[in-house]
Design a protein around this ligand. Sequence first.
Ligand code: GCV
Length: 682
Amino acid sequence: MTASAPVSVPVPVLPPGVDPAWLPPAVFRPLGTRRVQVSGSGPLVETVYGEVVHACDRFGGTAVRGTAAAPGVPYDVVLAVGEDGGPDPLGSEGFALERSGGVTRVTGGGPAGLLYGLFHLVRLGEAAFRGGRPREAHRPALALRMLDHWDNVAVHPVMGQVERGYAGGSLFWRDGLARSAPGELARVRWYGRLLAACGVNAVAVNNVNVHRTEARLLTDRVGEVAALADALRPYGIRTHLAVSFAAPVTLGGLPTADPAHGAVADWWAETTARVYAAVPDFGGYVVKADSEGQPGPFAYGRSHADGANLLAGALAPYGGTVHWRAFVYDHRQDWRDRSTDRARAACDHFAPLDGEFAPNAVLQVKHGPLDFQTREPVSPVIGAMPRTRLAVEIQATQEYTGQQRHVCWLGPMWSEVLRFRPGGEEGPGVGDLARGGGLVAVSNAGDDPFWTGHPLAQANLYAVGRLGWRPDADPRAVLREWIEMAFVPGAGADPERLRDGLHAVLDGSWRTYEKYTAPLGAGFMVQPGHHYGPSVDGYEYSRWGTYHFADRDGVGVDRSRATGTGFAGQYAKPWAEVYESAATCPDELLLFFHHVPYAHVLRSGDTVIQHIYDTHFDGVAEAEEARRVWAGLAGLVDPARHARAAERYEEQVRCAREWRDHINTYFFRKSGVPDARGRRIH
Ligand code: GCV
């Protein structure tokens, strides 16, 4: 290869033994065998150039930097920054792609757009360099595509290093310190590279439950945040920090954290100035306030808009944003009290505040009203706050969906959420309503060699960026892209069998998981604390507001307006009406919205009890079949990846049987209704 300028930003070295996920070297072959010109200025352009040089070094192509270089060289690929004169502006993260006269051209609206354009070429592979291709413009639908890491700096006695983490330790922190040794930062940079390749542009590096050590990242330990930000920046990732609302007291020594006190606002302003001195492109704060024991504005009789606006004010001079979480509910509920409904809480607290949040305050709303259960309706908050910037929060870490020991491809769930139209068919979708705030996912990555514990859980991480880029994307197409990049390059002679096998085990895996776990929208039938495996009554008599109310006659929570908690009334029409009646409520959400007798006939024609038995037998059969299909892919998949997933399939099948037998036995004993098909229930 030849290069006319030094490489400013070399590609990071993947530490030995770490899986390359969706960026194995072979995906760069089509680009790396060609003559490629890179022009434009700015650090991200140097990253693009570094990638091109790396690819050409490996595969024999030619990388040239700058427009003036080597006039007359017939380039195959031209990568440039600047508006290309197309009908609409590309914007800083958009890019245009076209191919004519044997040249493939990518024009980034800005340097970040060029970076995304480069990875688009990589995704397209050879197809980007064949025939003609009319101009296509690509722009992210959501400006913010973010991963929240629930990573503790120091190991927490109960939650460990990563709260709800199933992929080893933190990528960012170890033994109470940032992982700032060169090899460790290379891994952080690699993480940034993977994220850029799927479209993510922001990362919050610490847990929203801000413990004492983590709190100090805001003040005397901000240098450690800066080191991580330096490692992520070359891939266009801005760093955000979770902070404690009580920081003015706990760190600043003030007597109060009351938003109405001038000294509190001054403290936040001074502290934030120091953060920006250390991290000039700092993204902003993430705040969990008045939630599960975290401090918040309620202590001072202030609203959550008061609280959010306090931090927004400190961030505004620097273009930062506060992500204020709407996960506020009473976690000391009395299970005997059937009128209090945790599902209502976010809407009750936040909808009245619509229009009161500062322009740089984003309300971050979990996609469902409870807490990332396998099946929930879309949170009514998302349709109820048209004058507020909203971010939708999803959970890539599989807290309630098999903890990365079970295969559970969440693309279809997230896609259903993002396509849901809170105001009915004519109104905007959730993906449109999140334009002002973005898509935020709790990360499922850690220092595990496969990044995500289960190698197939990488697909969920990949989908976060791609669905943030295009919330209306077909999840099957997203999965296909991931398969093509992460698996097909190593598949040898039979890629078709590999593709079919991977789709067979992944496409329907969320529904399979749903079948053998909690039925029809009932949630929280998990073991308390760690949330893995079945315990039907594990949360039934607890303080967390997570009940199913099963008795000898029926099961489910009456959330209707007419006779229940009124939650269904938090939706606009048509959903308020659809959910209000058991006759119109979709089967898969029936027990979320209604308490029904076991003999209730579903829209599918089955009784509730028979549906429970059937789906639990079917779900286990599907998990067993997936294990069989996976075993048949040995030889087409990298042996280490294959072995890791094969081992996890053993656990998945074991646990699925456990779920089936707990759930079926529980409901058989409660209801006394035998299985119509006479199968063995314990
Ligand atoms: C980070 C659930 C999880 C908690 C998590 C919380 C949240 O309750 O179990 O571990 O805390 O959600 O989203 O803040």
